[in-house]
Design a protein around this ligand. Structure first.
Ligand SMILES: Cc1cc2nc3c(=O)[nH]c(=O)nc-3n(C[C@H](O)[C@H](O)[C@H](O)COP(=O)(O)OP(=O)(O)OC[C@H]3O[C@@H](n4cnc5c(N)ncnc54)[C@H](O)[C@@H]3O)c2cc1C
Length: 467
């Protein structure tokens, strides 16, 4: 390996593992950093080592794909430098700031592949901060990582393929699923069919989950509006409305979410150019077909560059690594081209399927309009939809970063990762602008909370931590 080459991969999910595999195959020794204790990312999250559950139990229909990804990483370990349990909390030209077990350090890089994945896209509803309400991802993490359920009778609310998958996983694990309440309608799903047929295997799997839930007596309702939780300081039931009127379903826990949002803060801090993606209603870092970001030496792959799913993340990780190899002269471009072309074609087909999913499970278009003034949007800072609207009315602000400064929305522990989507939607609604016109919450270091003393001790020149 050229002595000046130090490729670093952030994220040990499907994208990061395939990127590492590709670099190792061509003689490089990348550093792979992940804040999780074990590799696998979100979909192939592994439980603590001493847990005994089989991969079949953990990953169900994904067990074979999980084994392929997880075992690849096992074989890579002697050939990479794997830094688990390590948060990358800041990035600047040529260097990452890390936090591992309370200690900060730095990691230089010559080339950086960001495979930072995604988190739940949160659209609050009345009562969402009540104990017993979890995001869909949180509900799944409890099951996958710790083998426990969030409640004994759980209702799942929101939209997206994960809604049905996680309900299925809960029911299979023995939990009682009170209902699945989807804001999308059957009409949305029928209209999406031609694009969903671009990936018939994935479509069949989604249909299997729905059919299985129905066959096991789980009530599935479409075209709903979540009205809120029922219960005094805890969840006793979920209220919702559909074309037939208002309803209530008893439960002691709720999992909710409206698809996913990309983790883009590191790309933002590095100065990568962003563009608004209409389909995903999100600002995403721009990259070329090979995963190169606008900043030289930075590559993007997987859900962190736009939600594409686990299989596409593997392809995109490999593709980004091929681009890095070509750019650094580690392999001749023509030799890599055949494989890169194949990956790009596969990703193109997935793009069509993703479009179908967005149509099948659309963002609820009236969410912001229906959000009452008392709805808590930012739970870290206790900012309501009414606070945001009042600030817009008083100041005429039209920009989300200005609104953050005025109201503290997105300024707390989550740094806007939880509330940013909803805050932008409310601002667009009450200022009468299209969503893209309100901008995006700028990424700030630290991207996740770290002890305040750490920022002062290691990097006096760094921006102040806002937590
Ligand atoms: C909670 C959740 C559950 C999901 N469950 C499923 C499922 O069951 N089935 C399915 O098909 N799809 C699921 N998805 C979607 C699926 O996980 C993704 O499509 C796929 O994992 C994308 O792979 P990736 O490598 O791009 O990212 P991920 O698998 O998300 O991996 C990203 C990795 O980057 C690490 N990371 C991110 N930021 C930092 C940082 N600053 N410092 C250090 N490490 C960092 C994370 O710890 C993570 O391990 C889920 C998504 C989420 C958010």
């Amino acid at each position: 390996m050229r002595p000046d080459l130090q490729p670093v991969i952030v994220g040990a999910g499907p994208a990061g593992i395939r990127a590492a595999e590709t670099l190792v195959r061509h003689g490089l020794k990348p550093v792979v950093i992940d804040e999780a204790p074990r590799w696998g990312g979100q979909i192939y999250r592994q439980p603590p080592a001493q847990f005994q559950r089989t991969r079949q139990t953990l990953y169900g229909l994904d067990a074979k794909a999980a084994a392929a990804v997880l075992d690849t990483m096992t074989t890579l370990l002697p050939h990479i430098r794997y830094r688990n349990d390590t948060l990358v909390w800041n990035a600047e030209g040529g260097q990452l700031d890390l936090l591992h077990q309370g200690q900060t350090s730095t990691q230089p890089y010559s080339h950086l592949i960001l495979c930072t994945g995604a988190t739940d896209r949160v659209l609050p509803f009345p009562g969402w901060t009540t104990p017993g309400v979890f995001t869909l991802g949180g509900a799944q993490v409890a099951l996958k990582y710790q083998g426990c359920a969030i409640g004994s009778r759980v209702v799942f609310v929101g939209t997206g393929p994960l809604l049905y998958l996680i309900a299925y996983q809960y029911a299979k694990a023995g939990a009682k699923v009170g209902a699945v309440l989807d804001t999308a309608t059957l009409r949305d799903q029928i209209a999406a069919l031609p694009d969903l047929l671009a990936a018939p295997g994935l479509l069949a799997r989604g249909m299997y989950y729905v059919t299985w839930l129905r066959a096991h007596g789980v009530p599935l309702h479409g075209g709903i509006q979540a009205l809120g939780t029922v219960g005094d300081g805890r969840v006793d039931a979920m209220r919702w409305r559909d074309s037939l009127g208002e309803h209530e379903v008893a439960c002691d826990a709720i999992g909710f979410g409206h698809a996913l949002r990309s983790e883009t803060q590191l790309a933002d801090i590095l100065g990568c150019r962003f563009e608004f993606n209409v389909q995903q209603r999100a600002w995403l870092p721009v990259h070329d077909d090979s995963g190169r970001a606008s900043v030289p030496g930075v590559y993007l792959a997987g859900d962190g560059a736009g939600i594409m799913g686990a299989q596409a993340a593997e392809w995109a990780g490999e593709r980004a690594a091929l681009a890095l190899l070509a750019d650094t002269g580690q392999a001749s471009a023509p030799a890599l081209r055949t494989r890169a072309n194949k990956l790009e074609r596969a990703l193109g087909r997935t793009q069509r399927f993703r479009g179908g999913l967005e149509r099948a499970f659309p963002f609820p278009p009236t969410w912001a309009k229906q959000a009452s003034d008392s709805l808590v949007v930012c739970r870290c800072e206790g900012v309501t939809a009414g606070d945001l609207r009042a600030s817009v009315a008083a100041t005429g602000t039209t920009d989300i970063n200005r609104l953050k400064a005025l109201t503290r929305v997105g300024m707390g522990r989550c740094q806007g990762r939880m509330c940013g989507v909803a805050a932008c939607e409310i601002l667009a609604q009450c200022s009468g602008q299209p969503l893209q016109a309100v901008g995006r919450l700028r990424g700030q270091a630290p991207v996740k909370p770290i002890p305040f003393a750490m920022t002062c001790a290691t990097s006096p020149s760094k921006p102040e931590a806002s937590t």
